[in-house]
Ligand binder design. Structure first.
Ligand SMILES: [Fe+2]
Length: 361
């Protein structure tokens, strides 16, 4: 049985005699043929039903074969086009090949040659389709793998967060609240979505370095000695060291972990960065972190009221905190009664888009 049995084909030529010759040949090979006397008719036929194979003369009234080819390759890219040319039109035929025709047949043609060209064109079409489908599947697989890598990364991060929770129950609620406040400040400041995602991730992880702080210091009920304070304040550096290899593609989130205790006046830790030298994401989280620390009950002190905490933030404007960010916090939470947020709102972590793109590149 012919490999072309039942395959549809459209023959386009303004000379009925030539159409018939071609159709007879193609039907002999098993094709089911339709015909058109011009480019315009051919387009109307394709609109009714597309075909896998189109054989078209180049010189026709109304719409020539080149214009028809341009239309077909744009609108029906799955259709294999073979152009029929006079010997003198070889240059046009080459131009057609460059425009997407799969082959050409020179007039006067031999039936064997037409058969060979049709076979070849349809083989090419099949290969092109297979290639496209392969690429499509490849893209899907790369996409799936990127998603898996992202999941593995977040699972790794969650494992670390859980390890810290087991050690210090306070931190989890604190991190989620800080993340919630920070994201709302970021939105009030109209930062882009990628920065918002970066801030959400970095804020959740900002205190992760407390994993490396000794429990006796972490849970101490009384006032910390200078040495104990210095020890606890190593957590930004420890956190950045632990997360560094995991977060090469999310430098913004990592910068929050390292720099959330920097102060605008340069008197913060660990690098004494000043003003704009502190990454914006970390400046945002610093405000949210301070607010939550002040409004939470800790083993060593009672909590401040929301109004007093707000007043502290106001006082720290331009010294410890960036004024615009404190203002952003006020805009994000205009009703003081809604603060502090009561129950930690658990939100799934997401990798910032830029980080995902970097992983896929
Ligand atoms: Fe911290």
């Amino acid at each position: 049985m012919s490999p072309f049995a039942g395959m549809r084909c459209l023959v386009v030529d303004d000379e009925p005699r030539l159409r018939r010759v071609l159709i007879r040949l193609l039907e002999g090979e098993g094709f089911v043929c339709r015909e058109a006397g011009s480019g315009v008719e051919a387009l109307a036929e394709l609109e009714k039903e597309p075909v896998p194979l189109l054989i078209s003369d180049l010189r026709m009234p109304e719409m020539d074969g080149v214009t028809l080819l341009r239309e077909v390759t744009t609108r029906w890219p799955e259709t294999a086009v073979i152009v029929v040319t006079a010997v003198a039109e070889v240059e046009s035929a080459v131009a057609c090949l460059q425009m997407g025709a799969l082959d050409y047949v020179a007039k006067p043609f031999h039936l064997d040659e037409v058969r060979a060209r049709v076979t070849q064109a349809l083989d090419k079409r099949r290969l092109i389709q297979e290639n496209k489908s392969y690429q499509h599947h490849l893209e899907e697989r790369v996409e799936a793998q990127a998603r898996r890598i992202e999941e593995l990364f977040l699972e790794g991060v969650h494992a670390l967060v859980h390890a810290l929770e087991a050690k210090d129950g306070y931190t989890r609620g604190h991190s989620i609240r800080v993340s919630h406040y920070s994201v709302n400040i970021a939105r009030a400041l109209e930062l882009d979505q990628d920065t918002v995602d970066t801030i959400a991730l970095g804020a959740e992880l900002h205190d992760l370095g407390k994993i490396g702080v000794s429990e006796s210091v972490l849970h101490k009920a009384g006032k910390l000695s200078d040495e104990e304070y210095r020890h606890i304040m190593e957590h930004p550096v420890i956190g950045a060291r632990i997360l560094g290899p995991l977060m090469r593609d999310a430098p913004g989130a990592l910068s929050i972990v390292r720099s959330h205790h920097e102060r605008l006046d340069g008197k913060g830790l660990p690098d004494g960065l000043k003003g704009d030298a502190i990454p914006l994401e970390a400046r945002v989280v610093a405000v949210a972190d301070a607010f939550d620390a002040m409004t939470s009950v800790r083993p060593y002190r009672p909590s401040l009221t929301v109004a007093s905490a707000m007043a502290e933030l106001e006082e720290g404007k331009g010294i410890q905190f960036e004024a615009a960010i404190v203002d952003g916090f006020r805009r994000a939470f205009p009703a003081v009664g809604s603060l502090p947020i009561p129950t930690p709102l658990l939100q799934p972590l997401r990798l910032p888009v830029r980080a995902m793109e970097a992983r896929r590149a």
